[in-house]
Write a protein that binds this ligand. Structure first.
Ligand code: FAD
Length: 285
């Protein structure tokens, strides 16, 4: 935490209009689970707006899925709605996030809004073409999750706005898979990846390839998707696609891993994700 992170006020509104009004004030910041904010809170924070009183902890079926922003990862993991493919990819990512205690507190909205490249949920959700519903002083707007991130810790959220809900559209018959490599089982990702694909008349179609922790924002690699679509599944095709995906990355070197290692791992995880997504599209568990 920034040594100067000392917010002076704490609010817990129970309606969204009040939440937006409070957030429009100078130095106001959302707190959800606090697992990121209380570690990395910026000094500019003058007040905290706790959004846990807004009734946004849920997952339900409604023209696809609707997930409230303060839903915890352990709540998601218990949901029967995430047992079937391809929604299962959300549960895969939730199960890989941190450790058991963290998952009780950390929220899916916080995982998206902290906008760090290694976040697990955005990669899985972008593979499902998810959108985010943003609440603000002048009402609500819906934006594709793929367009939500501007840079590391920067999103399109404006003054007084907060993430209310995630909408996952009805999915075609398809398989999906999330893969992650961290230094240990409970570490953040060195690289994470998700793939979703359908098989129509024996050919791959409508594929999504998304990588995390190798670019300032989650990275959807359309060139890799184009490589897969309309083709029969072969080991050679998977290998070529994985190289295209890893070539699109711009990883950094840090104390966790070198850029070179991250690029190499990107290719391995994309390969695994495609193979498993294909198997699931064919009915494997
Ligand atoms: C030990 C440890 C291990 C971790 N491991 C992982 C991991 O494996 N994978 C991973 O992805 N992350 C990991 N994290 C990071 C963090 O726990 C997650 O990103 C978590 O989901 C954040 O959610 P939160 O509710 O705690 O967010 P908070 O800390 O409450 O908020 C995070 C940021 O998002 C903003 N925010 C939160 N909700 C909203 C909203 N609805 N609208 C607008 N802004 C909002 C806050 O203002 C803040 O800037 C780890 C953290 C710790 C401390």
């Amino acid at each position: 935490m920034d040594a100067h992170f000392k917010p002076e006020h704490y609010h817990r509104p129970v309606d969204m209009k009040t939440a937006s009004a409070l957030l429009a004030q100078r130095g106001a910041r959302v707190i959800a689970g606090g697992t990121d904010l209380l570690v990395n809170g910026p000094a500019s924070t003058e007040s905290l707006v706790d959004i846990n009183g807004l009734g946004l902890s849920y997952i339900r079926e409604d023209d696809g899925l609707r997930i409230g922003s303060t839903t915890s990862f352990s709540y998601l993991l218990r949901s029967p709605l995430l047992e079937r493919y391809p929604y299962r990819v959300i549960a895969d990512a939730a199960g890989e996030l941190g450790h058991h205690n963290l998952r009780h507190v950390a929220t899916v909205g916080g995982n998206i809004c902290n906008a760090v490249p290694s976040a697990d949920a955005p990669v899985a959700l972008i593979a499902l073409d998810a959108a985010v519903i943003i609440h603000g002083p002048s009402g609500e707007r819906t934006v594709p999750l793929d367009g939500f991130f501007k840079f590391v810790r920067e999103t399109i959220l404006g003054e007084g706005e907060f993430l209310k809900e995630i909408a996952v559209p009805v999915q075609p018959e398809s398989g999906a898979c999330f893969q992650k490599l961290g230094r240990t089982k409970v570490d953040i990702a060195l690289v994470n990846a998700a793939c979703r694909l359908s098989i129509i008349d024996g050919l791959i179609s409508d594929s999504r390839i998304v990588l995390g922790a190798v670019y300032p924002t989650p990275l959807r690699v359309r060139a890799a998707e184009d490589m897969l679509n309309g083709k029969e599944f072969t080991v050679e095709l998977v290998a070529k696609t994985a190289i295209i995906a890893s070539d699109a990355t711009k990883p950094i070197s840090d104390h966790r891993a070198s850029a070179e290692y991250r690029r190499e791992i990107s290719s391995v995880l994309v390969k695994r994700a495609i193979i498993k997504a294909y198997g699931r599209a064919e009915g494997s568990p």
